[in-house]
Write a protein of this length. Structure first.
Length: 263
């Protein structure tokens, strides 16, 4: 039987629908890939902020992973909010096992804080991400603050971004995408590094940057395009176009930040 290719998101649930698993699945669907999910945490969240967080137990995360991988044809997986060191370990162990089978790669979005500043990864879990998750990543997509925490490098410019990308690559990730949207200036600059070559994407910033869920959507788009068989750099390039359009067409559904329109 010829099974449909599946993209998997392993992340937290956003009750407001603008980030997390919800935006991941919307992105998968918009790009034309069947999406499955493993819920690591439940967040009470809307466009104004995060009001509460309730983590799944590591055992229940393990059970969800077993349900998905024992049955579905998962080609690529992405990780988002993992919350705790124990959950990071459970996820890393299972993904490493699946990478020796049919799973082709993992896209790691090292989510640490929400758009509103709420902590989504406990401090003690950062080291676990570095030791257990990044070494098995095919693509890792940190923003500037995340790259600084992962490397200890203060990032002020393009050269700093390249240094951080090289450091993260040394940990084991095959391809590193350092997102430069947090840097000052009129242009958003992203750096892609594969261990040999740097590719720099430069795009004029939008006047309105008041939208959340962008990091989730971008990493989900990369995952979806990889699942469809795109090369790594083409998947990243197409994901950039996808997220740019989703930001440009973002809509207000509440009293706070805009949300991405993926449809």
């Amino acid at each position: 039987m010829d099974l449909e290719k599946v993209a998997l998101t392993i992340a937290g649930s956003d009750s407001g629908g603008g980030a997390g698993v919800q935006i991941d699945l919307k992105t998968f669907n918009a790009i034309g890939v069947f999406g499955a999910s493993v819920i690591t945490s439940l967040t009470a969240q809307n466009t104004l902020g995060v009001q509460g967080i309730y983590d799944s137990t590591p055992d229940f995360v393990r059970e969800q992973l077993e349900s998905v991988f024992s049955d579905l044809n998962v080609v690529f997986a992405k990780t988002g909010m993992l919350s705790s060191s124990d959950i990071v370990k459970v996820v890393s162990e299972r993904l490493k096992k699946e990478l020796s089978k049919n799973l082709r790669g993992v896209v790691v979005d090292p989510v640490m804080r929400s758009k509103h500043g709420a902590p989504l990864l406990k401090d003690e879990a950062i080291e676990t991400v570095i030791k257990s998750l990044i070494p098995i990543a095919f693509v890792v997509t940190p923003n500037i603050p995340e790259a600084e925490l992962l490397t200890g490098i203060e990032i002020k410019n393009l050269d700093d971004m390249k240094k951080a990308a090289m450091e993260i690559h040394k940990v084991g990730a095959e391809v590193v995408v350092v997102k430069g949207g947090h840097l000052e200036g009129d242009y958003a600059i992203d750096v892609v590094y594969d261990g040999n070559t740097f590719v720099v994407f430069k795009e004029k910033k939008f006047v309105k940057e008041d939208v959340h869920g962008t990091g989730c959507c971008f990493s989900a788009a990369i995952t979806a395009y990889l699942t469809k068989g795109e090369s790594t750099i083409d998947a990243i390039r197409k994901a950039k176009k996808f997220i740019s359009k989703a930001i440009r067409n973002g809509v207000y559904i509440g009293k706070g930040f805009r949300v991405l329109r993926t449809y």
